[in-house]
Design a protein around this ligand. Structure first.
Ligand SMILES: C[S@@+](CC[C@H](N)C(=O)[O-])C[C@H]1O[C@@H](n2cnc3c(N)ncnc32)[C@H](O)[C@@H]1O
Length: 288
């Protein structure tokens, strides 16, 4: 659906190996389990990473913490709380920009990402800035850490809308967090699910049910395999899920689109952003 992905032209980063261009796809709505979601989204992010970083890297900032296309920063909302001397895990860390910001503020961040290519970009930016973030290849549903390892876990448009087994992903966050740890994450605002993924006026006409959780699937026409999958949950689903895993929801931030902000990012734009929320940022604490 509201993928931050299909905008912009294919721009290649020259100092790293090239991946094939996106395959021709057809779109379906059907159930997809966790292994099929992962098998689709890992390679998809490998193919897309160069374009993503070339298109959005400057806006993200090499040492910058943006929660979403509206430009809302961690400096503005302090969703993580104090990061000084805290062990911090970023899930779906991509180029590591947010984690690098955490490090610049005195925290000890580690990143996990499904995409090898995104992690190569993270290394490239580590070298360029001299500020490195240890990052591992892994998935949100199987975090490669022992229990009680972190004070804070966060994800900025990272893995959460790409996993099928969200209960397991949130249980994994609860497992690796220390008592009273903080979990903060941003996702596409669930209300956007009803609209076509279009930054223009067509993206303002509701065309599908908010309550239909059937995943959005792109299928590679050449192989008939899923090549990209996105999952939707309603706001109520999220609240219930966090509660069931022992989290207390402290805040739900819905950043307003700044009137002078003209950047188009996938389905996000000023035209839509002034009328409907595009990003939801959940801030929750583990109660144990
Ligand atoms: C929209 S990017 C966001 C990256 C970074 N947080 C940023 O703001 O640029 C989504 C990231 O989530 C990663 N991802 C997707 N599914 C994942 C999963 N199951 N586990 C871990 N990372 C995943 C992708 O590889 C990609 O790097």
């Amino acid at each position: 659906m509201d993928r931050a992905r299909r905008c912009g032209t294919q721009v290649k980063v020259t100092d790293v190996q090239e991946f094939a261009a996106d395959p021709p796809v057809r779109v379906e709505r059907r159930l997809v389990d966790e292994s099929e979601s992962r098998a689709a989204n890992g390679p998809d992010w490998d193919r897309y990473a160069d374009e993503y970083q070339a298109t959005h890297g400057e806006f993200l900032g090499d040492v910058g913490f943006l929660w979403g296309p509206e430009g809302c920063t961690e400096d503005q909302i302090a969703a993580l709380g104090d990061v000084v001397d805290r062990d911090v895990l970023e899930v779906g860390s991509g180029g590591g920009q947010c984690s690098r910001w955490v490090r610049s503020r005195g925290g000890r961040p580690i990143g996990v990402d499904l995409s090898h290519r995104q992690l190569q970009h993270s290394l490239r930016i580590d070298d360029a800035t001299g500020l490195s973030v240890p990052s591992l290849r892994g998935t949100a549903t199987h975090l490669p850490f022992t229990a009680d390892s972190f004070d804070i876990v966060f994800s900025a448009f990272g893995a959460l809308q790409f996993v099928s087994d969200l209960e397991l992903a949130v249980a994994e966050v609860a497992r690796v967090l220390r008592p009273n740890g903080r979990f903060a994450f941003s996702i596409t605002h669930p209300s956007r699910w009803v609209f076509p993924d279009d930054p223009g006026p067509d993206g303002l006409t509701a065309c599908q049910s908010y309550w239909d959780r059937t995943p959005y699937v792109e299928v590679d026409r050449r192989t008939d395999q899923a090549s990209y999958v996105e999952h939707h949950r309603t706001l109520g689903d999220w609240v219930r899920l966090l509660g069931s895993q022992g989290f207390w929801l402290r805040d739900l931030v819905e950043p307003q689109w700044p009137v002078d902000h003209d950047r188009v990012w996938g389905g996000w734009s000023r035209e839509r952003g002034l009328l409907t929320p595009g990003t939801a940022i959940f801030v929750a604490d583990l109660i144990r």
